[in-house]
Design a protein around this ligand. Structure first.
Ligand code: PLP
Length: 404
């Protein structure tokens, strides 16, 4: 089924999710590389954004005046000896989407979804969220002087994320149920409520999230590593990654596909289980639970798109326990890079895949860190406060004996 760009229909009559289709036939790799490179020197123009830098591949038709941007993307790529050691790899790099303006990779997609909504004349936006999507939406809606109405489960989410959402001025509704219930409600009623839906069922979110792989490729001089590791919740990141990789190959910007590993938290791992049990239909989990709240999703809407990513890239799935996530998070935090629990699932997953000899220690890998270290201070408090902070009298004698 085909729908015009002016519509906000996100589902096909067959029940699957729609996607944006581009015609890249008039584009050539060398001129694109030149344009993308020249934009790295821009400041305060829409294309200074790490998403809109790639506008030709994301939303070429959108007039610039509708773009609402906070120069998202443009995030760091790091290497750390301690993470190499922890995963037993020779070379791991971390792409820190946690450095986005609202603190998570959701900004990569949200700038595009909100801009699309604005171009259609919407002034009221909505999402269901475990907290990062809502923070991101609330931020862009505020920048555009529009309203946001967000739905969050009433338990097992991070209060930092909800407070951030409220602080940007969103109206927040807590409901009894899971993220999956929230999505179902919005899919059914958003049209009647005249709200523009900014969840990742919205294909414009996926278009924006493709920029993560474009930017990684550009920073690595169009040579991608052998493995890319992403966490899997709603599976939009994994979907966008595959679509972006397809674009890069189609355009001749890269000539070899990396393999993709999708890491789920054990307590919310319907996609991994489907693979482990060799099934071709996803069995939703009715009461998912993981302390990595951004992964607490039992019925990932984008699982079919993520499945395509895996097939195209000869990818793998794995699940990790909350203990493994917390241990990996402590290593990432102490490396100075830092991330929220859901992001550390990638490092924990990589370590496990190396131990199981799925990934060889000589291969190159990039883990996508999705959210910021301050996104869940309850978890930090629990992990550190009791045993880390030392009370000390401010006298030279005391301090000199402690600074060792
Ligand atoms: C949303 C989110 C995820 C999960 O990404 P999906 O695209 O839903 O699979 C992982 N980590 C963080 C920090 C997130 O905000």
């Amino acid at each position: 089924m085909e729908v015009p760009e002016q519509q906000t229909e996100f589902r096909c009559s067959c029940g699957g999710l729609l996607e944006v289709v581009h015609d890249f036939s008039h584009l050539d790799a060398d001129s694109l590389k030149q344009v993308f490179k020249s934009r790295l020197a821009e400041r305060l123009t829409p294309t200074a954004s790490g998403v809109w830098r790639y506008k030709e591949l994301i939303f070429p038709e959108l007039p610039d005046e509708h773009i609402v941007t906070k120069y998202e993307g443009n995030t760091g790529l790091y290497e750390s000896n301690s993470i190499n050691r922890y995963t037993a790899m020779k070379q791991v790099r971390l792409k820190a989407q946690s450095e986005n303006p609202s603190g998570s990779f959701k900004d990569n997609g949200m700038t595009v979804a909100v801009s699309h909504g604005l171009s259609l004349g919407y002034k009221r936006f909505t999402c269901a969220s475990t907290g990062n999507t809502s923070s991101s939406l609330a931020m862009y809606a505020a920048m555009a002087e529009a309203n946001s109405f967000v739905f969050v489960p009433d338990k097992d989410i991070s209060s930092n994320k909800v407070l951030q959402t409220l602080a940007y001025g969103a109206k927040v509704f807590a409901f009894e149920g899971t993220y999956d219930d929230g999505i179902r409600f919005l899919e059914k009623h958003s049209n009647q409520l005249n709200l523009y839906v900014c969840n990742s069922i919205n294909p414009y979110r996926i278009e924006g999230q493709k920029s993560i792989i474009y930017e990684l490729a550009q920073y690595l001089n169009w040579q991608l590593p052998e493995w890319i590791i992403v966490p899997g919740g709603a599976l939009s990141n994994a979907s966008a990654l595959g679509k972006g990789l397809d674009d890069l190959v189609e355009l001749g910007l890269i000539n070899k596909l990396p393999r993709v590993a999708i890491v789920q938290a054990e307590g919310a791992s319907p996609f991994h289980k489907m693979h482990a049990e060799n099934r071709d239909q996803l069995q939703p989990e009715l009461s998912p639970y993981t302390r990595a709240s951004a992964l607490n999703i039992g019925n990932p809407p984008s699982w079919k798109k993520a499945q395509r990513t895996l097939k195209r890239t000869n990818g793998v799935t794995i699940s990790v326990s909350d203990e493994e996530i917390m241990e990996a998070k402590a290593v990432v935090d102490q490396s100075g890079i830092g991330c929220e629990p859901a992001s550390a699932a990638t490092v924990a997953g990589l370590r496990k895949l190396v131990a199981r000899q799925v990934i060889d220690q000589d291969e190159s890998a990039v883990c996508i860190l999705t959210g910021n270290i301050l996104k869940d201070t309850d978890i930090l408090e629990e992990y550190h406060l009791a045993n880390r902070m030392e009370y000390a009298a401010l006298t030279l004698g005391t301090i000199a004996s402690l600074v060792v």
